[in-house]
Ligand binder design. Structure first.
Ligand code: FEO
Length: 171
């Protein structure tokens, strides 16, 4: 049986993952509106991945006999000043998620909840990849500056992101 303090923290993270999904969906809409379809595709895939993260918490809570409490989710922004500004926000958001995952892992250790510690390991590893991937895009955008050709090259590259149904489950 889950301790209430762990259950509440897992539910809070489920809500954060759903916020992440909405944030990236909003970014997908922004990119689409400025005709960067590759960025829009990448963000749409990212939104789907975040919903899958939320579902991992959902399933885990139920597997442990806990109660799922779906909370209201704050509305994300809908506009950004530039592709770089949007990707920098995405990076800041992932850093925030990493802090929360680490705090959750600390709590599981403090409460002696070994199963939750093991469950969270996947997220600890995932956050390394999430931050690295977004950081790489931010750095490339900084590198190209105002060069439109470079922006279209990155857009083309991001448009190739593949999401298979298998990935969707694994992510
Ligand atoms: Fe679910 Fe991007 O962290």
């Amino acid at each position: 049986m889950l301790k209430e303090v762990i259950q509440n923290a897992l539910n809070a993270q489920l809500t954060r993952e759903m916020y992440s999904s909405n944030l990236y969906l909003a970014m997908s809409g922004y990119f689409q509106s400025i005709n960067l379809k590759g960025f829009a595709h990448w963000m749409r895939a990212q939104a789907q991945e975040e919903t899958n993260h939320a579902l991992k918490f959902f399933d885990y809570l139920l597997d442990r006999g806990g109660v799922v409490k779906v909370s209201s989710i704050d509305a994300p922004p809908s506009q950004w000043d530039s592709p770089l500004a949007a990707m920098e926000d995405a990076l800041k958001h992932e850093q925030y998620v990493t802090q929360n995952i680490n705090a959750l892992a600390d709590l599981a250790i403090k409460e002696g909840d070994h199963a939750t510690q093991i469950f969270l390991q996947w997220f600890v590893t995932e956050q390394i990849e999430e931050e690295a991937t977004v950081n790489e895009i931010v750095e490339k955008l900084k590198m190209i500056g105002d060069w439109k050709g470079g922006l279209l090259m990155i857009d083309n590259e991001l448009g190739k992101r593949i999401i298979s149904s298998g990935d969707a489950e694994a992510q």
